[in-house]
Design a protein around this ligand. Sequence first.
Ligand SMILES: [Zn+2]
Ligand SMILES: [Zn+2]
Length: 128
Amino acid sequence: MGAENTANLMEDFTSAGRGNGKNPGGMVRAFCKKHRICVSCRHRWTERGTTRCGRCNRVHAQYQKSLLRRNYERDVKAGICVRCHKRPATPTNKRCQKCQDRHASQKRLSKRGSLPRSPQPVGEGKGS
Ligand SMILES: [Zn+2]
Ligand SMILES: [Zn+2]
């Protein structure tokens, strides 16, 4: 196991793939997946079960998180349901009525079993 080994593979790939590259991006991805090279940096081996190395997986997770958070805040500001991002939220909640109903039924279910995640306080009384 060495980080340098990917360089040889990539050299192979670039010389072989020249000429018929209609979709080079997709080909590189497929190549990396096949040889377990990180599709993001292409310098390290992938983590087991993923298409990225440990470092890129972490960066990607952070990025996804910030993206989610941004979406959440944007939806709250726009008065859109933070769950489905489609229907307008109700004035008393950050979710639309439909998602609230679903959430309520999930709450009822989780009372019997274990909670899938820690409950978050819902901001109430704002903008009333
Ligand atoms: Zn990487
Ligand atoms: Zn909704």
